[in-house]
Write a new protein. Structure first.
Length: 355
């Protein structure tokens, strides 16, 4: 099983990516959340020239953020800096679109976007819809070696529902899944494997990445210690943000609220109804999303919430839980490093080595 890191992209994320490479991590994934983080391609470019073998990927790119030829050019440029170790992770968008008050884009639009990007990266001429018409486009002079189309860029799709899983299988792409608990992760793995095999692929060919957040607890450390709250709390707070989006903006909430945390979630939603500005309450709701627990939301993020949604526990417990994901078929476990908590990579390296 491979072990990767995910970063809330900073311009200098190359520093922690370089440390990850030194510690034996196989992959580094960069968030594409333009209202919260630095630009993923700027950060990946810096990481490409500071590393030699760790793979670098978007985790995940949102197609509505940039037109397909620009994205293809960015990947081809990265591929010139880090030949053969670039990953194109893509999804319909959650964080990066919710920060602008938008829901996910249409799956069909993402499929079309992938078609254009991958055809360009394969040095093909492709029909591209732009400004109400269709134009044939292609890279015009790859032989000048300003970009690299020779080495493959791997495609990975973030997929949660059955239609998205079917598309992942149709494209024979890698699968990206955000996992909060073992049981849910195993069930999703089985559903993805069914889609994969229904598309005619052999099960061992499926690349399956489990994204997670969490904290490696010290002996007798509480689930809601200051350190655990800083490292794992941001993921737990996503329950709050999703519930508020549903109540305030009628955006779908695909994360059921466990009964054990229903009370603090409801209390947070009640508070969120007073966020300002009144016509854009999503701004305050998503401030710090997946990166920090805001002071105003700290009273609502409980130890139980962290237990339900993150990989937080002592080293033996985490080894057992991640091992269960491996045994279920996941080929990579990737842990998010929260801004200001990058030193946690040393703890996760020990978990990795114990697997």
């Amino acid at each position: 099983m491979d072990f990767g890191i995910t970063v809330a992209t900073a311009a200098d994320s190359w520093k922690v990516v370089k440390r990850a490479e030194d510690l034996g991590f196989s992959h580094a994934w960069f968030y594409d959340t333009q209202m919260l983080c630095a630009d993923c391609f700027v950060a990946m470019g810096a990481a490409a020239v500071q590393t030699s073998h760790i793979r670098l990927g978007t985790g995940v790119l949102i197609p509505s953020n940039r037109i397909a030829p620009v994205t293809a050019n960015a990947f081809a440029s990265l591929n010139q800096l880090a030949p053969g170790r670039i990953d194109f992770g893509v999804g319909t968008g959650f964080t990066g679109r919710r920060t602008m008050g938008l829901g996910a884009m249409k799956l069909a639009d993402m499929e079309e976007y992938i078609r254009v990007v991958m055809n360009l990266l394969n040095d093909n001429v492709v029909d591209f819809e732009v400004e109400g018409g269709r134009r044939k486009i292609t890279f015009l002079n790859p032989e000048l070696e300003l970009i690299n189309l020779a080495d493959p860029v791997r495609l990975h799709v973030s997929a949660y529902g059955p239609k998205a899983r079917a598309l992942t299988a149709k494209l024979a792409a890698g699968w990206l899944n955000f996992v909060g608990d073992v049981a849910g992760g195993v069930a999703a793995m089985q559903a993805m494997r069914d889609s994969w095999e229904n598309a005619g692929h052999a099960a061992p060919a499926l690349s399956a990445v489990a994204f997670a957040t969490g904290c490696v607890l010290r002996p007798d450390e509480a689930l809601d210690s200051d350190r655990a709250m800083a490292q794992a709390g941001p993921r737990a707070a996503v329950l709050l943000h999703r519930a508020a989006d549903e109540a305030l903006s009628d955006l779908p909430n695909t994360s059921p609220i466990p009964a054990s945390v229903a009370e603090p979630v409801a209390a947070y939603v009640a508070m969120a109804k007073h966020f300002q500005p009144a016509d854009a309450r999503y701004l305050e709701n998503h401030r710090g999303h997946l990166m920090a627990v805001k002071e105003t939301e700290r009273p609502f993020v409980t130890a139980e919430m962290i237990r339900q949604t993150t990989f937080t526990g002592d080293q033996p417990d985490l080894v057992q839980r991640i091992g269960a994901l491996r045994d279920a078929g996941y080929t990579q476990f990737t842990i998010q490093l929260v801004p200001g908590q990058e030193a946690a990579i040393e703890d996760w390296a020990k978990v990795k080595d114990a697997l």
